[in-house]
Write a protein that binds this ligand. Sequence first.
Ligand SMILES: [Zn+2]
Length: 280
Amino acid sequence: MNNFLTFDIEDWYHSNFKGVDLSKIDINKTNFENNVSRLMDVCDKYGVKCTCFVVGSIAEKFPSVIRRIHDRGHEISSHTYSHKLVYSMSRNEFGDDLRKSKDILENIIGEPIFGFRAPSWSVKEENLQWYYETLEEEGFTYSSSVYPAKTFLYGIPGFKTNPHFPEIEGKQTSIIEFPVPVFNVMGKKIGFSGGFYLRALPGFLIEHILSSKNRKGSSTFVYLHPREIDTEQERLKLPIVEKLIMYWGIAGCEKKFSHIVEKFAPSFVRIKDYIKAESD
Ligand SMILES: [Zn+2]
């Protein structure tokens, strides 16, 4: 059974919460390089190859960091150029942003990239058609952008929960979607394998859900951001709920995360390798 270890490679100020004014903060104060190399060290320690969804503007700022991730054998994919919410852009704006990120990343690593992840799972049912069409036009193969349940921030309820080629208005797309893994609690689907959920839930529970999904034949992915292991980071001024979502559980996160990586190490493959093996 294969799973995927994934990272969204961005910095502490890449938040899509309302009211964050980047012109008023010093984005040069950063532990980005150190955070990324700690995550890559965890991968190396357990012999895991991961998939990194990289924000294009961060790659422009730190090309050598992205090259090092690639040189260590990990997959580079796109997480937009600007980290804007997909549904906040027009189709053309999204296409331009996507192309820009792809060009920058491919220039840095000298190889084509295949995958895309939307910031904050920001695709909606009503823009899925142009979303997948734009990915096709720009030469992408897969997406990891749909949260298949509704939350107050994002999500598409009723979306299939396993990797698949989504059907939009009766037509199957050529893009494989890897939806966010969810589990059922009292009739509700909830995330468990990354970000806030990984920081908030106990490690044994996350490992238990991952194992039981695998036993039932479902591939899952784990996801984390470099800032989620950084207790020393600069902090954004946020309202209380957003603050909890952003910063809860950071102190114990690296240890919990490393344990999960250790336990599931043999199952983790790069997404592009999984797709290649499935299509052969
Ligand atoms: Zn992001």
